[in-house]
Design a protein around this ligand. Structure first.
Ligand code: GCB
Length: 606
């Protein structure tokens, strides 16, 4: 089957059945499972929920920290009625590597823990009988794969993950698994691009489909009226009096793509899209031609017990908290989230900066800390022997992220790296290739950016100008000059911004990170670092700086909620920079933001 990243839908011609639930699970410490034929039946297994990370389900440390191969297994029945269809299995994600077997035969391999993949299993399934689906996964980190890290071997021979990033290396089958029945010839992809005119919108579309059937496309509003239709694999839908998609105004249309042969419907694919434009122009971020100021968060997919497993209850609660506080945007730091998050943002009228998992390109667990102190890498990251392989994998993730997410109105920009090393010239050619590919892959040509670490500064950073808008991660008053030194922090912060002002041309800047670790239970008068009072003072200082520069067009605070990280001396059961606690209750800073964000107009500084 042509691999298709289209979200699974049930339509007149398509079926999709959830395989989520309790699966069998077993660690494979010695990687002997394939030699011992575990794909033909997983013995001595335990139960494991899917989707979820396996880590926090266990009560012993060895299991939680397990690093290496592990297996999942389930059974499913393919109904007789599905004969003559193409049968596929689709994983929203498996972290980080996967090999998939049907009734003992390998049908797919995938690398990259945050993007979907599918496998054509038509030739391997038995109809009206149970079929075995086995997954051999692996959660080891390396420097040839994103996110980057290492695998450390302890003195007792056990392997643990040594991430070069600041979130727990949760692993497992993290997102929904679907069994699909598709027509033998089907629609495999589509894209839309929008042009707005007075009282009119033009939707330029293109459809990819197997076979030589004819394609027709129509657009329907929520009252069921047909807003436009067109014929052909490429074409334009003309919508009169379009209801535009916008922040908190989530007007959506249903796009219906039909593939016909000899007058008969062969395949039908339906999706929800929103008509809107987003561009960087004249120093502004423009949504539907009007300036917009970004207010919101860097987030994580993270919650207790389920780790990074997709959970609608957590996701909906997060949207409710973000609406309550007056946010309009978030960055999917540091990887593309489950697809369900994007459909929810489309429905809620939220903006998303979509980030590829290119985090850890800086050989240290605590980049932000080291970089804040001006430490530089001895070995330049982008001159390693592993760089070409890493670049290839990075570009393939950029490709899959953009193909997967390009039709979401909520997605306004691509973040192509988080806090990479940028001060050596050797970074530039790597960046240039990633940035050029993103532009090539995206029919809407969305703005591209990357998040600059503290020591990627004016005069030092060799790559910032590749961004269409510049995204800074800055921790003045936390990692440097904290506590009573916050006055110095403000001065140093302004000095850096004054330097940027001299060279930025008309590029808008936003902050993709700023924040202070805060214990959700600690109050202290006068403040000390880690108290809620200090978080508030830190924010007040930082916002004062933001408000002094008209070309700062957005503020995404780090982080929406406290989240789990690797154990360490500066992490007390995780990163505590959340504005909400890990169980999604407000710290006092949440009220600071609510007041500020509710009072800032949508076009603040526009
Ligand atoms: C950063 C990283 C983020 C960390 C954060 C912190 O710069 O991008 O992953 O969690 O700093 O809190 O140190």
């Amino acid at each position: 089957m042509t691999a298709s990243l289209l979200y699974p839908r049930v339509t007149a011609t398509r079926r999709a059945v959830s395989l989520d639930g309790l699966w069998k699970f077993r660690f494979d410490l010695e990687s002997k499972g394939t030699a011992e034929n575990w794909m033909n039946g997983l013995k001595n297994s335990v139960n494991m929920p899917v989707p979820a990370s396996f880590c926090d389900i266990f009560t012993d440390k060895d299991s939680r920290e397990y690093c290496g191969d592990f297996w999942y297994e389930t059974e499913f029945l393919v109904p007789e009625e599905w004969k003559d269809r193409k049968i596929a299995v689709r994983f929203g994600s498996v972290t980080h590597k996967a090999r998939v077997f049907i009734n003992g035969t390998e049908v797919a391999q995938h690398v990259g823990g945050f993007l979907p993949f599918d496998a054509d299993i038509t030739a391997y399934v038995k109809f009206n009988e149970n079929n075995r689906l086995s997954v051999l996964a692996n959660n080891e980190l390396s420097q040839t794969m994103i996110p980057c890290g290492a695998t450390e071997v302890l003195s007792d021979g056990k392997k643990i993950a040594a991430p070069y990033f600041d979130f727990y290396n949760y692993a497992g089958i993290h997102r929904p698994v679907k069994l699909m029945a598709l027509p033998k010839e089907s629609v495999t992809d589509y894209s839309t691009v929008y042009r707005l005119e007075e009282g009119k919108a033009f939707v330029d579309y293109s459809v990819e489909a197997e076979g030589n059937g004819t394609v027709s496309v129509s657009l329907h509003d929520d009252e069921g009226n047909c807003a436009a239709k067109a014929e052909g694999r490429t074409g334009t839908l003309e919508v009169i009096d379009p209801k535009l998609w916008g922040i908190g105004k989530p007007n959506l249309y249903t796009i219906v793509i039909s593939l016909c042969k000899d007058g008969k419907l062969v395949d039908e694919y339906k999706d929800r899209i929103g008509i809107r434009t987003f561009e960087v122009k004249g120093g502004e971020l423009l949504l539907n031609g009007k300036p917009v100021y970004l207010k919101g968060f860097g987030k994580h997919e993270d919650a207790d017990i389920r780790g990074k497993g997709m959970d609608y209850a957590i996701a909906q609660r997060d949207y409710e908290c973000m609406k309550w506080i007056g946010a309009n945007c978030y960055r999917t730091s540091h990887y593309p989230y489950a697809e369900e998050w994007y459909y929810m943002a489309d429905e809620e009228g939220f903006l998303i900066i979509d980030e590829v998992p290119a985090v850890g390109m800086f050989e240290s667990l605590m980049n932000a800390v080291d970089a804040s102190k001006g430490q530089q890498q001895k070995v330049t990251w982008f001159e390693k022997e592993t760089t070409p392989e890493l670049l290839e994998h990075h570009i393939s993730c950029v490709h899959d992220m953009i193909v997967r997410d390009k039709n979401h109105p909520s997605v306004i920009a691509w973040s192509l790296l988080n806090e990479p090393e940028t001060i050596h010239e050797s970074a530039r050619p790597y960046f240039e290739q990633v940035f050029a590919k993103a532009l090539e892959f995206d029919p809407q040509k969305r703005p591209r950016t990357f998040a600059l670490v503290m020591n990627s500064r004016p005069g030092l950073c060799k790559c910032w100008d590749l961004s269409d808008f510049v995204s800074l991660n800055r921790y003045y008053g936390w990692y440097v000059m904290g506590g009573p030194r916050i006055v110095n922090a403000e001065k140093a912060f302004r000095a850096e911004m004054d330097e940027w002002a001299k060279i930025r041309g008309d590029k808008p800047f936003i902050f993709t990170e700023y924040g202070a670790d805060t214990n959700g239970e600690l109050h202290k008068l006068p403040s000390v670092m880690w108290s809620q009072e200090y978080q508030d003072e830190y924010l007040e200082m930082t916002h004062r700086v933001f408000d002094s520069y008209p070309w700062i067009k957005g503020e995404l605070v780090w982080n929406f909620a406290d989240f789990q990280t690797t154990e360490g001396i500066i992490r007390m059961n995780g990163n505590k920079k959340g504005i909400f606690t890990r169980d999604r209750q407000p710290k006092s800073a949440a009220f600071v933001f609510k007041k500020r964000w509710e009072s800032l107009p949508e076009d603040y500084k526009g």
